[in-house]
Ligand binder design. Structure first.
Ligand SMILES: [Zn+2]
Length: 509
């Protein structure tokens, strides 16, 4: 069974003194977590057990019962009458932290041993410098409410059992925001402190039959693939749906790039002006906090809207696979503070849209994949020859990066350049499985790198460059008129990552 999880975040409405109770409750919880973390440090062997057994073992160590009247490290020294489910939540939280801590400690030990086993290259060997990981010094975990710690959950309210600082009591809080969706199973809610408010986060989970693997799906000619070309300029996302045998079914242009980029750039410009006025920025303190928050929220909001639209489009056309390009490296850009910052954020946005679309697609049973971005916008989707790219009203020749239209001199294909790119992205996924040699050129580069490092086998410059003459040419093409003017800078934001494919290869996952 495959599963999809997400978290419903509800803001709460409560009398103001409840905030103190919640804080007391969280403090107690974190003390108990710290206590169990210490227990685990003292009894490291427990970590070898699975979670259920470890929980039993820890309770035996700390909790007095009729059969176990004198535990070794009684929890009652910390606080009397802690509810069992509160204790268990703390134990599980401590187990999680301890597992993560000890696994990084082990990794550190392994690295140290490896280093010490290696012979010195020249002269006396330096001692191993890397510091070991330290256990957490402070604890700031949100309190989960296991069953029996909460009750009477309705659409707009819930009762929580909370330590108020003097007693355990049931508090009624009102929840705002959307109700829990159908078809999902609810996990334990937790109280999360964010800003000056407390929120209720509820993880929900859906189980479903996992979709067939991409390889299997591509065996059928009728499988529909939705390919997405993400841009930073005109249309933020261009999606097209095609079948494996090549029938193009639909295209959709989503989003208005210039508006978003313009809004963000305006805010960044305002920050720059404010900074210039003040001159000094206080250390460790966020300047222009409101403006930054606004930028963050706008980006977050748009990434969610856009990814939701992409998945919706894929569903409408019964696509079962979603394809994106890998992201290129971000090329540093010259220009004002707001321009540089804007490009950077627009680039991050692409990654975010991919991540959001991926999890949203998975929830409706669509698999997401990524392909090599090299030349996706240069090749014609009909005959794979190089296309000309031009602006409306300009001559149909040459290649203007970021221009809207394209024309194939070989097969006379005319169309929107981003649509052409998205079709190529889809085709590339199909090609990968039909002809596995063709896709994944980066594997070679990776191997070359590893060999030259590990076995000491030198690889000549010649051999290295052999694999990528076309990319080099492509890059020169893009750079030819890629300097200077402001307009050019804006355009470059929309340039395909193809122009940086050579760096990219090494950064594939
Ligand atoms: Zn063509």
């Amino acid at each position: 069974m495959a599963k999809a999880t997400k978290t419903i975040r509800q803001s709460l409405s409560y009398p103001s003194h409840y905030a103190d109770y919640f804080a007391e409750n969280a403090t107690l919880f974190n003390r108990v977590v710290a206590f169990y973390f210490d227990c685990l440090q003292a009894h490291e062997g427990i970590l070898a057990l699975n979670n259920k057994e470890a929980l039993t073992a820890l309770e035996k160590l700390t909790h007095a019962t009729g059969a176990n009247p004198h535990p070794i490290m009684p929890l009652t020294t910390l606080a009397p009458d802690i509810p069992a489910m509160f204790r268990r939540a703390a134990i599980n939280a401590a187990l999680g932290s301890a597992r993560s801590f000890f696994s990084s400690l082990n990794n550190w030990r392994v690295r140290k041993e490896k280093y010490e086993a290696r012979p010195a290259r020249r002269g006396a060997k330096k001692p191993f410098r890397e510091r070991p990981p330290v256990p957490p010094r402070t604890w700031n975990k949100s309190v989960p409410f296991y069953a029996s710690q909460w009750k009477e959950r309705r659409d707009h309210c819930i009762l929580l059992k909370v330590w108020t600082g003097s007693c355990w009591s049931w508090l009624k809080v009102h929840t705002l925001a959307r109700a829990l969706p159908d078809g999902f199973q609810m996990g334990s809610p937790s109280l999360v402190h964010k800003g000056d408010r407390w929120w209720l986060h509820t993880p929900i989970e859906k189980k479903f039959e996992p979709p067939a693997k991409i390889v299997e799906q591509l065996m059928t000619d009728q499988t529909r693939i939705c390919a997405v070309d993400l841009n930073l300029d005109q249309h933020l996302a261009v999606c097209s749906v095609q079948t494996v045998d090549g029938t193009i079914l639909a295209t959709s242009f989503i989003g208005n790039g210039p508006e978003i980029a313009g809004c963000r750039k305006k805010l960044l410009g305002r920050i720059a002006r404010n900074r210039r006025k003040t001159g000094i920025i206080a250390e460790g303190e966020q300047d222009n906090a409101d403006l930054w928050a606004k930028i963050r929220h706008v980006d977050e909001h748009i990434a969610h809207l856009l990814s939701a639209r992409i998945v919706q489009f894929a569903r409408e056309h019964q696509a079962s696979i979603l394809v994106f390009e890998h992201l290129g490296n971000l090329r540093p850009e010259k220009g004002t503070y707001s321009r540089r910052g804007n490009t950077k954020r627009a680039y991050w946005m692409k990654g975010r849209i991919f991540r959001y679309a991926k999890y949203k697609a998975w929830q409706v049973g669509i698999i997401t994949s990524r392909v090599n971005p090299r030349n996706t916008s240069r090749e014609c989707h009909r005959c794979h020859a190089n296309v000309c790219r031009y602006q409306q009203g300009q001559p149909e020749s040459g290649y203007a990066p970021g221009a809207a239209l394209c024309f194939c001199p070989q097969c006379q294909m005319r169309g929107h350049a981003d649509r052409n790119a998205s079709l190529r992205i889809g085709q590339r996924l199909i090609e990968r499985y039909k002809d596995p040699q063709k896709e994944k050129p980066h594997a070679l580069a990776r191997r070359a790198k590893r060999e030259s490092k590990g076995s000491g086998v030198g690889i000549s410059q010649d051999a290295k460059s052999k694999g990528r003459p076309s990319t080099d040419r492509a890059r020169r093409g893009d750079h030819a008129n890629g300097h200077g003017t402001a307009q050019e800078g804006m355009r470059r934001m929309g340039a395909r990552p193809s122009d940086i494919a050579h760096q990219l290869r090494l950064h594939f996952e």
